[in-house]
Every structure is written in structure tokens, then in C-alpha cells.
Design a protein around this ligand. Structure first.
Ligand code: F6R
Length: 587
């Protein structure tokens, strides 16, 4: 996680430039932030807890600065733990993305040598180790290189030195990019932070380090050997998101969904037909994703079984590392990701590629790490998703997977029709009347400590996703289950009035899930039925019209809306829930 931004050049506005860059990267972490600039021969640092939002920086003019937005891993959310961290001399400042897994042993060593630590972070060992390496006669770049080689884990560090007027960055696992323009050099944790300053970008590879001063010099960390520079000209226009008339990005993005689905239905047929051919020749295809994207993967497995009569495997990306021993050159991994930066996906994809397997990326972010590493790419085209809770990228993934499963049996046009119907039904679900109904339900449910969501088949994926959406923005414990699993244990938790959302589309799961609803109701549960058809067992009925297999898309909408209204009713920020980040780049 963590957003990183650095600037060195001919502008005296380093703090303002870094601040502006960090704002674009805040989706990577927003519990605290900090900026360091060179002021004379010293370094001045400003750090604060909380979102960078409308904050103002009061640092002196400078042409060299680095900054960081944090998502805490080691050490609580405090000003002391916010980056950048300084060495004992105060002339070196460092920020970091990742986890230095062996930090404890390095810290004991440095404490014994008299270094003073001010924070509880793993990061701080890095700056003191660099200082120690310099005391032992190494130049600044060599001290950084040697320090970086000692770290285990996936890390990126950025270090500035007010004596040598340099910024040095090194990476292994975590992304880093460098950009150049007439006003100087920029450094960021991903290209989206940099493209408004320059389109000439170097994407650093693992085991590379870069020195920025009057020029740019690139090295291999492990050997120290100089590397040629290869700038890529990116012509991406990163869409700026705007809330428009909506009070939050989450509700704006829920309202974007009909347009997103329509766009996929109307313009994706060719690329989806191509991808279907790739799946047909693969020997073993796996969908992988994390969180919401994993739920889309799971829905995809059911859709492929039902429509394409094809077996696809799925795994949570973070577990795929332990399931991939059987991958071969004929295997195909299809990674689903909104950000394209999730380390839990990047890591297994790297290993799969080493084994010669093919990789397809279905991502929303152009130029992201996963997008760049894939052999074949499909962009979701959902537009920027700013709310941490994913909504439109989820339905976009479902739309693509639905079309893909139909494309496998050469019936892409059937899927296109269903998707257009689904887009129409979502528009109906977003009517004022329906919104009011869900707002009232949120008022009724907001005091509950537990909610359950159940479904079978594709609706099992919906139940998991509904539970995730509700819990992450409302902080109400919500558990999603396959309908048949309840009686195997969890039904013990149902008490009088426990809300339970039952997803009951008109498919092969309809009758069985209504029986499960009866079992819950018999134990006092309050049933909220989401279905095309009212049933006696429902205490509340939310009608979602039948759109065949595309019902997997429409059924999630009431749950997204309810999650949003629960957050609003509880006076919480639905766009930036506590403890989360939009892009998850640590393991
Ligand atoms: C939940 C949510 C997360 C992400 C997950 C993967 O609303 O957004 O569960 O789905 O962190 O992120 P991406 O899709 O960026 O790989």
C-alpha cells in the first residue's frame, strides 16, 4: 500500500508538487501522511495523522522533496510512525512501501551500535542502516544499495540526502516509476500519480535502483551495474473522477453501473470472442482475484459451468501461491483486478509466468502492474473508481465473465441482450422510490450487530459480495454463506430479529434457497428477500426483475445501496472506510 511521490528539479515548489502528487495516490493509504524537503543543508519534515484531503503544507521553498501517504503495517497510526523517517544526523530521510520482514534483527544490531529509533515501524531500520553503511565509508548510493540488499520481503524505498542533493529509490516487488520533464524528475508509486506532470516514464523493474540529481542513473541493485535508460512515452489520459451532484463517490459509482454494463455489451464482443479462443486451447484455466474481485471470479466459475459447460478453477489470489505447483506451460491464469496493483495477485502471476503459463489481465486501471505483466489484456472501462468499496468494477467484471461464458459457445449476442436488460433493470432499481425504501431499511437495520447473507449457485458469490460490501462500509459484522451451509453450523447464531438477506433469483436455486430462508425464519431470523417474486417467508421484499443469467449482476445492486445507506445512517464515510486502502500492495 502507501503512496509515494518525489520531486527534484528547477522548481522551488517541491512541497506543493509532492503534495499534489500524493493527493492522486491517496487511494493507496490514507491513515497518515508526511512530506520532507531539503531546506538549506537540513531536511524539514511535516507529518500528520488523517487524510491528506484539504490539508495545507507549510514547508519552506525547496527544489527537492519526497512524500508518503501511509497504510499502517508495523506500528500504530501516529505522527511518529508516519513517513518519512530520518537518520540520527537528520540529513537523510526515507520513506517506504512494503514490509521489511527481517527488520527486528537489523534493528537490534543498530540499537547496539547506538542508533536512536523514534518510531515503531519496520521502515526506520532502513534509514539507520543506510547511515551506518555511510559511517563505514560507503558513498550514499552504495550505502542505499547495500542496505536494500539486506531486506527480505517485497519493498520499495525512496531516500533523500540533503548533503548530496540526491533522491535514490530501489524496488523489489512494490511498484515505482520515474518521470522526466523540463522542470525536473518525478518519482511515484504508480504512473497515475505522475502522468499529469509528464508522459515520459521509466517503469522500474525489480532489483533496480535509480539515482536522481541533475540527471537520472539506473542500476541493478544486486550487481551495482549501470543500466541504460528506457523511457516509455505513455499517451494515457487518466480520467479525473468527479463526484458531480452526488454526496459521495460510492453512490456516484453505483449510479455509473448501467452505463458501464451497456458499454461492455455494445463494444466488447470482438475482444471477448478472442479471449474465448484463448481459453478453449488452454489446458486448465484459473480465475484469480482478491476480495470483491475474487467474488467475481467465483461467479465466473458458476457461469462457465452453466453456460459454457466448462470447468474453470478459482482461488483467492493470496492462496494461489500454495495451489500452483501443478501449473504448466499450457495453463492459463486470468487475473481480475480493479487497481491492477494488488500484490496478492502480482506475486502468483510472477511465479506463474516463471513456469511459462499464460497470463490474461482483466483490469480497470490502464498501465497498472498487472496490466503490464499480462500476455493479453482486457480493460474493464468502468472509469476511475474512487470509493474504496468496489461497485462498478465488480459489475463490469461480471458483465465480462457473463459475455465470455456465452462466447465459449458462440452465443455472445445472447449475452449482449441480457446485459442490456440488466442495465435497464439497474436503472429501475436506482429510482427515487427504491432508494427511499432501502434508506428506510438501513434505518431499521443500522443498530444490528450481525447480518447474514445467503445464496446458492451464482447467488452464493452475490451473498459473499453483499456481506463484504455491508461490513466494510457500515462496520456491522456481516457473513455471507452458501444457503446449504447454514445448517452445518452458522445457524446457531440466528436469534430473534437477526437480519438475513436471501438472494432468490428464478433459477435452479430458487426453491432450495427459500427452504433455507424458512429454516432461518423458524429460528427467529428476519428475512429480507431479494428476488423477482415475493414469497411468504420474506419479512421485507426487494424486487429485482428476472434477467436470466445476468441476474447475478442486478441482484447485488440492493446490497450495494443498503451498504451505502447503512454507512450514511451511521455517519460514517462510505468512500474511505477505516483501516482500508483502495490499492493493496502489501502481502
Ligand atoms: C472491496 C474491495 C476489495 C478489492 C480487493 C482487490 O470492496 O474493493 O476487496 O476488491 O482489494 O482489489 P483489486 O480489484 O484492485 O485487485
Amino acid at each position: 500500500m502507501c503512496g509515494i511521490f518525489g520531486y527534484i528539479g528547477n522548481q522551488k515548489r517541491a512541497a506543493a508538487i509532492v503534495f499534489e502528487g500524493l493527493k492522486t495516490l491517496e487511494y493507496r493509504g490514507y491513515d497518515s501522511w508526511g512530506i520532507a524537503v531539503k531546506a538549506g543543508n537540513r531536511i524539514e519534515i511535516e507529518k500528520r495523522v488523517g487524510k491528506i484531503g484539504q490539508a495545507k503544507v507549510s514547508l519552506p521553498q525547496s527544489n527537492l522533496g519526497i512524500g508518503h501517504t501511509r497504510w499502517a503495517t508495523h506500528g500504530g497510526v501516529t505522527v511518529k510512525n508516519a513517513h518519512p523517517h530520518r537518520d540520527c544526523s537528520g540529513n537523510i530521510a526515507l520513506l517506504h512501501n512494503g514490509i521489511i520482514e527481517n527488520y527486528e534483527s537489523i534493528k537490534s544490531e543498530l540499537l547496539a551500535k547506538g542508533h536512536t529509533f523514534l518510531s515503531e515501524t519496520d521502515t526506520e531500520v532502513a534509514v539507520h542502516l543506510i547511515e551506518e553503511n555511510m559511517k563505514n565509508g560507503n558513498t550514499f548510493p552504495e550505502a542505499v544499495r547495500r542496505a536494500f540488499l539486506r531486506f527480505s520481503g517485497l519493498n520499495a524505498i525512496v531516500v533523500m540526502n540533503s548533503n548530496s542533493n540526491q533522491i535514490i529509490a530501489a524496488k523489489n516487488g512494490s511498484p515505482l516509476v520515474v518521470g522526466k520533464s523540463d522542470s525536473g524528475f518525478f518519482l511515484a508509486s504508480d504512473a497515475s500519480g505522475i502522468v499529469k506532470f509528464t508522459k515520459e516514464i521509466i517503469f522500474l523493474k525489480d532489483d533496480e535502483m535509480v539515482i536522481l540529481d541533475d540527471s537520472v542513473n539506473l542500476f541493478t541493485v544486486s550487481t551495482g551495474k549501470n543500466l541504460p535508460l528506457s523511457y516509455e512515452h505513455v499517451d494515457w489520459i487518466i480520467e479525473e473522477a468527479d463526484r458531480g451532484k452526488y454526496p459521495h463517490f460510492m453512490i456516484k459509482e453505483i449510479f455509473d453501473q448501467p452505463k458501464v454494463i451497456r458499454n461492455i455489451a455494445e463494444t466488447y464482443a470482438d475482444q471477448i470472442d478472442d479471449l474465448a479462443e484463448v481459453i478453449k486451447v488452454a489446458k486448465g484455466t484459473f480465475f484469480i482475484g482478491a476480495g470483491t474481485a475474487f467474488h467475481a471470479s467465483l461467479a465466473g466459475v458458476y457461469l462457465f459451468s452453466k453456460i459454457a459447460k466448462e470447468h474453470i478453477n478459482t482461488a483467492m489470489a493470496s492462496e494461489f501461491n500454495y495451489l500452483e505447483d501443478f501449473l504448466t506451460k499450457q495453463s492459463l491464469i486470468i487475473a481480475l483486478s480493479q487497481s491492477g496493483e494488488t500484490i496478492d495477485i502480482v506475486e502468483p502471476l510472477t511465479r506463474a509466468k516463471q513456469k511459462g503459463s499464460s497470463v490474461v489481465a482483466i483490469v480497470n486501471s490502464l498501465g497498472s502492474t498487472i496490466y503490464r505483466m499480462a500476455d493479453k489484456k482486457l480493460l474493464l472501462g468502468a472509469g476511475p473508481e474512487k470509493a474504496v468499496a468496489s461497485t462498478k468494477a465488480y459489475v463490469a467484471k461480471l458483465a465480462v465473465l457473463l459475455m465470455l461464458s456465452f462466447a465459449m459457445v458462440r452465443k455472445t449476442s445472447d449475452a449482449q441482450k441480457l446485459l442490456l436488460e440488466a442495465a435497464g433493470e439497474i436503472r429501475r432499481l436506482l429510482s427515487d422510490e427504491n432508494l427511499e425504501k432501502l434508506r428506510r431499511l438501513a434505518k431499521e437495520l443500522k443498530g444490528n450487530e450481525n447480518i447474514f447473507t445467503v445464496g446458492r449457485g451464482t447467488s452464493y458469490a452475490t451473498a459473499l459480495e453483499a456481506a463484504l460490501k455491508i461490513k466494510e462500509v457500515s462496520y456491522i459484522h456481516t457473513e455471507g454463506l452458501a444457503g446449504g451451509e447454514l445448517k452445518h453450523g452458522t445457524i446457531a447464531l440466528i436469534e430473534k430479529g437477526t437480519p438475513c438477506f436471501v438472494f432468490a433469483p428464478m433459477d435452479e436455486t430458487h426453491e432450495a434457497i427459500l427452504s433455507n430462508a424458512m429454516e432461518i425464519k423458524a429460528r427467529g431470523g428476519k428475512i429480507v428477500g431479494i428476488s423477482p417474486q415475493k414469497a411468504e417467508v420474506f419479512d421485507h421484499f426487494i424486487e429485482v426483475k428476472d434477467v436470466g443469467e445476468a441476474s447475478v449482476i442486478t441482484q447485488i445492486i440492493p446490497a450495494q445501496l443498503l451498504a451505502y445507506f447503512l454507512a450514511v445512517e451511521k455517519d460514517l464515510d462510505p468512500d474511505k472506510p477505516r483501516n482500508l486502502a483502495k490499492s493493496v500492495t502489501v502481502k
